[in-house]
Design a protein around this ligand. Structure first.
Ligand SMILES: NC(=O)c1ccc[n+]([C@@H]2O[C@H](COP(=O)([O-])OP(=O)(O)OC[C@H]3O[C@@H](n4cnc5c(N)ncnc54)[C@H](OP(=O)(O)O)[C@@H]3O)[C@@H](O)[C@H]2O)c1
Length: 264
């Protein structure tokens, strides 16, 4: 498993255990199609948000190259992450990486209500004509609809549709939308110190065959602060964890509810 050192990490955990050799990145199939995706991806909140500084651009380009070089594919951004879509689009174009990525972005409900202009804005910033995944960002109400995203999916501009949250308070609404809309993906906050998703959103995803993307896998850095100055326990070697980052991610990846069978 390859970890993305200095960047934010979005940890993809769709479903079904895939066999992997220790030298290869672990993949899991997207439940609705069986398409394999590497389980570790790259999030772009904060670190990709500021445009302009050339030294930072060089570092971010190196992060993307490390992701792809290590066998990763998923990059997850959002229209609301400052200049992140634009920054990402430029870096992807400069390195000709688009065909090697699974590119995900998110729009807020009020943006989706604008219709095509909102979609075109994200496509333009990301410098692509097709998104691999588009999510309704920050679901707050149980009646939020995916109808517009579905129409873009039917037109072929978006391959998969999803919903996202990073707030446990929204889980009831998120589960209601999951039950009614059956999106391809749900993105949810889940970390070793934030485990409500084990009880509520992840089991629902398993029941409905919805792929799971995890945000805040390190709990906004809380996990690293909690172990500051402490050595990894010897028993971490039993599951091949060689750093605290691997330790924290392997906890998430080991959740058996994230190993259900794909639809086909
Ligand atoms: N609704 C949504 O879609 C949503 C909402 C919120 C967040 N997210 C995503 O979730 C991610 C943020 O997750 P997070 O805050 O849990 O983690 P993170 O941003 O990847 O990491 C948090 C902090 O932990 C430290 N760190 C990270 N990787 C490390 C490593 N390998 N070794 C040592 N220290 C490391 C860094 O602290 P220092 O900088 O101090 O070194 C880093 O700033 C972002 O990618 C964001 O895009 C998505």
């Amino acid at each position: 498993m390859r970890l993305i050192g200095s960047a934010t990490v979005t940890f993809l955990v769709p479903t079904t255990a895939a066999r992997s050799q220790s030298t290869q990145i672990l993949t899991r199939p997207i439940p609705h199609t069986g398409e394999a995706l590497p389980v570790v991806g790259l999030g772009t909140a904060v670190n990709f948000e500021a445009a302009g500084d050339p030294a930072t651009q060089v570092q971010l380009a190196a992060v993307l190259e490390a992701l792809v070089g290590g066998g990763g594919k998923l990059v997850d951004t959002a229209s609301s992450y400052g200049a992140a879509e634009d920054v990402l689009g430029s870096l992807i174009t400069q390195a000709s990486l688009r065909p090697r990525l699974f590119l995900a972005t998110k729009l807020e409900a009020h943006e989706i209500a604008e219709g095509q202009p909102a979609l075109q804005r994200s496509l333009q910033r990301l410098k692509t004509d097709r998104l691999d995944l588009l999510m309704l960002h920050n679901v707050r109400r149980p009646d939020e609809s995916l109808a517009t995203l579905r129409s873009w999916q039917a037109a072929g501009t978006v391959r998969y549709v999803g919903i996202s949250t990073s707030s446990t308070r929204a889980f009831e609404a998120v589960e209601a939308v999951m039950q009614r809309e059956k999106p391809d993906f749900v993105e949810v906050n889940y970390s070793l110190d934030d485990r409500e998703a084990e009880a509520r959103v992840i089991p629902t995803a398993a029941d409905l065959g919805i792929g799971v993307i995890i945000d805040l896998p390190f709990g906004r850095g809380r996990l690293f602060r909690a172990v500051r100055g402490r050595q990894l326990p010897d028993w971490a070697a039993d599951f091949d964890a060689r750093s605290w980052a691997q330790f924290f991610l392997k906890y998430l990846i080991g959740n058996p509810a994230l190993r259900v069978k794909p639809d086909r």
